[in-house]
Ligand binder design. Structure first.
Ligand code: GLU
Length: 415
């Protein structure tokens, strides 16, 4: 069968394959294979030239079975309803894999956000937030950062929501600036959680992480932090890319130098090393490949040629199902997105807890608890994968879908 044509089809196909293995009832399959709600908003934004442009904003709430919906907001031209639906379903499984008490949600604004001026960015985020406020809340749906959104955007949204309900309500959104109710350690959490997974993987393998060669595709928040923390644990970064280009240097790339260069110039091009294409980067000889950008970059076309020994998904959905099958046949382990990048939502959960308790944790407590959760989740997934002789993604989905299905059955006998 050829690769599924779009992200939602991929998400459904992954779900149904595991639902089949679990012999899930047809009723449950039908229920879990559609989001609980999908909201589509017209989002007018006043441009700096005085015109008003109406963008489309989306929020998909896939499941409330294990708690309020939870998941990021991405501002990107390629956002679509199908993409957001898929991402919200993946959030449901992700929260269940690490056992945080949330369902799955995801949202997006279809726009070229990077090209907006600072004032346009604020107006767009606030306009979307005013509309989103009708469907989110600390016990309903709690957004967070995703592609092209960070602490500043979260602060604008929290501020608008506070006006909407008439009082400050920081627990409505996570990933806020620390001075505005954010949690210490949230900014680094996705990359850090990924690095903790990799650390545990090598421990279980009985091999040192020192000297393992890492390639990172995508140098946004998750990619940068994954690079920094993996390097601090002894791994060597040998190649990185962003949407504009890629650099390869077998002697190793300084992660602090790369982050500084990216911050100053907006790109990785120009760093010491050979300039290569994004496609070449994915096929480099390395020990650990970390796709940390967008969906469907590892496909049937390049999967047969990848030379990494381990793939660790920082992005959501970077590997298509047919590529997954090829990698499995080739003996390449994939630590799937729903486990590898779950550090972000885990610390989002810590942030939400701190907001609700109005009691804030020191940074080392955040890191320690995150590390424990990631190690436990990795052990659980690995154990199941080995016991059932299935790919790690299948094992992670088996754990997650079982937990969600159980919650549906226990809490909603008639759904
Ligand atoms: N956008 C992140 C993800 O895909 C974080 C979600 C959250 O913290 O709620 O996991």
């Amino acid at each position: 069968m050829p690769d599924a044509p779009n992200t939602w089809d991929i998400a459904l196909r992954q779900f149904h394959e595991v639902a089949e293995l679990l012999a899930l009832s047809k009723d449950l399959r039908d229920y879990l294979s559609a989001p609980e709600a999908v909201h589509v908003f017209s989002v007018p934004v006043l441009r700096d030239d005085g015109t008003t442009h109406v963008f489309t904003g989306i929020r998909s709430q896939h499941s409330f079975a294990r708690g309020p919906a939870k998941g990021g907001l991405r501002f990107h031209p390629d956002v679509s309803i199908d993409e957001v639906k898929a991402l919200s379903m993946w959030m449901t499984w992700k929260c269940a894999v690490v056992n945080v008490p949330f369902g799955g949600g995801k949202g997006g604004l279809i726009c070229d956000y990077k090209s907006f001026s600072k004032r346009e960015k604020e107006r767009a985020a606030r306009s979307f937030a005013r509309r989103l406020s009708r469907v989110i809340g600390p016990d309903i749906d709690i957004p967070a950062p995703d592609v092209n959104t960070g602490p500043e955007v979260m602060a604008w949204i929290a501020d608008e929501y506070g006006h909407f309900v008439g009082h400050p309500e920081p627990a409505v959104i996570t990933g806020k600036p620390v001075e505005f109710g954010g949690s210490k350690g949230r900014d680094s959490a996705t990359g850090r959680g990924l690095a903790y997974c990799v650390e545990r993987y090598f421990e279980n393998l009985g091999k040192p992480l020192e000297g393992q060669r890492v390639v990172i595709q995508g140098f946004g928040n998750a990619g940068q932090w994954a690079a920094r923390i993996l390097a601090s644990l002894g791994a060597t970064l040998i190649a990185i890319s962003d949407s504009r280009g890629a650099v390869h240097c077998t002697e190793g790339i300084s992660t602090s130098g790369a982050v500084k260069h990216k911050l100053e110039t907006g790109e990785v091009a120009g760093l010491p090393g050979d300039a290569i294409s994004n496609a070449e980067l994915l096929e480099l000889e390395c020990d650990i490949l970390v796709p940390a950008a967008l969906e469907s970059v590892i496909t049937v076309d390049n999967a047969p040629r990848l030379k990494a020994k381990l793939i660790v998904e920082a992005a959501n959905g970077p590997t298509t199902p047919d590529a997954d099958r090829i990698l499995h046949e080739r003996g390449i382990t994939v630590i799937p997105d729903v486990l590898a990048n779950a550090g972000g939502v885990t610390v989002s959960y810590f942030e939400w807890v701190q907001n609700r308790q109005r009691y804030y944790w020191p940074e080392d407590k955040v890191h320690d608890r995150l590390r424990q959760i990631m190690r436990d989740a990795l052990d659980e997934v690995q154990h199941l994968a080995e016991e059932k002789q299935v790919p790690w993604r299948t094992a992670a989905y088996m754990l997650a879908i079982k937990r969600v299905a159980h919650a549906v059955e226990v809490n909603h006998p008639n759904f």
